[in-house]
Design a protein around this ligand. Structure first.
Ligand SMILES: C[S@@+](CC[C@H](N)C(=O)[O-])C[C@H]1O[C@@H](n2cnc3c(N)ncnc32)[C@H](O)[C@@H]1O
Length: 268
């Protein structure tokens, strides 16, 4: 496999660590699990690589494919341009970006989980014509790209996992050209009149439909993290403020799927 490692040494392959002690949040009756450390997230995504695509389809009834197409169309790339898929996983968004920029363009798919990158690379190798994608192992919080390098970017279901959201947004801002757009797609907690009922449904769905499937595929623990990660994730309006603080000229949040999902569209 020919993954490139831009400038930085390959991170140590870390064994999963024992879970951190649970901590109590003020005002909450139940203990909330502490956010996992970056090396735990990395190990988690490496472990789920063989079943990631299968569970993604089940988790969203295949709808993630529609949302990903929308995300890419909002970036508005032209043939010949250079694009980034940050936290690319198995490469769904990178492959769509490559269709937009064509053979004369270039897409970089970056992730810190090498097992997912290996799946991404195998998928791209099967595609004809061969997409112009370079797969790179790297940290979304410390990108090894020059300033103002990209004409557009996507970040699918990764911002919730990066550990330091302001830092990730600052890095994304840094590597985009002035006027370039990025779409950040992720799950979220609904904010509407029915948000309580919808959030309950979301929790029930994750615990009773997604988790049993993950258990059957041997990755129960890995999928149990999704619900707490949604609970911790900033809501749409907070994401807009964080993006503005990172420097983005325009930031608009579009709720999708009754707010269970959302797209943050940014312009540098
Ligand atoms: C839920 S997956 C999403 C994958 C893909 N974008 C998709 O939409 O299917 C989240 C990805 O973020 C990656 N990730 C999380 N934190 C990261 C970081 N600090 N640097 C690079 N990748 C990271 C994980 O390895 C994982 O592949």
């Amino acid at each position: 496999m020919s993954l490139s490692h831009p400038g930085s040494p390959e991170p140590e392959r870390l064994e999963p660590k024992s879970p951190e002690p649970e901590r109590l949040k003020p005002g909450l009756l139940f203990p909330q699990p502490a956010p996992p450390r970056p090396e735990q997230v990395q190990a988690l995504f490496n472990r789920i690589a063989p079943v990631y695509d299968q569970l993604n389809d089940q988790l969203s009834f295949g709808l993630h494919r529609v949302w990903k197409r929308m995300a890419v169309s909002w970036v508005g790339l032209q043939p010949g341009q250079v694009a980034l898929d940050l936290c690319c996983g198995t490469g769904d968004l990178a492959l769509l970006l490559a269709q937009q920029v064509g053979a004369q363009g270039q897409v970089y798919g970056l992730d810190f989980a090498w097992e997912l990158l290996a799946v991404a690379e195998q998928r791209a190798e099967r595609d004809r014509p061969r997409p112009a994608i370079l797969w790179q192992q790297g940290d979304a919080l410390n990108l090894a790209f020059e300033d103002q390098f990209f004409d557009g970017a996507t970040l699918g279901y990764g911002l919730r996992n990066v550990g330091d959201i302001p830092r990730c947004l600052a890095e994304l801002y840094r590597v985009l050209k002035p006027g370039a757009r990025a779409t950040i797609l992720d799950m979220n907690r609904p904010i509407s009149d029915f948000s309580g009922v919808l959030r309950q449904f979301q929790s029930w769905y994750l615990d009773n439909l997604v988790l049993p499937n993950a258990t059957r595929l041997g990755v129960r623990e890995e999928y149990a993290y999704i619900n707490p990660s949604i609970e911790r994730f900033p809501l749409g309006p907070e994401q807009v403020k964080l993006a503005q603080a990172a420097g983005f000229r325009q930031a608009t949040y579009y709720p999708l799927a009754l707010g269970l999902m959302g797209a943050l569209v940014l312009e540098r």
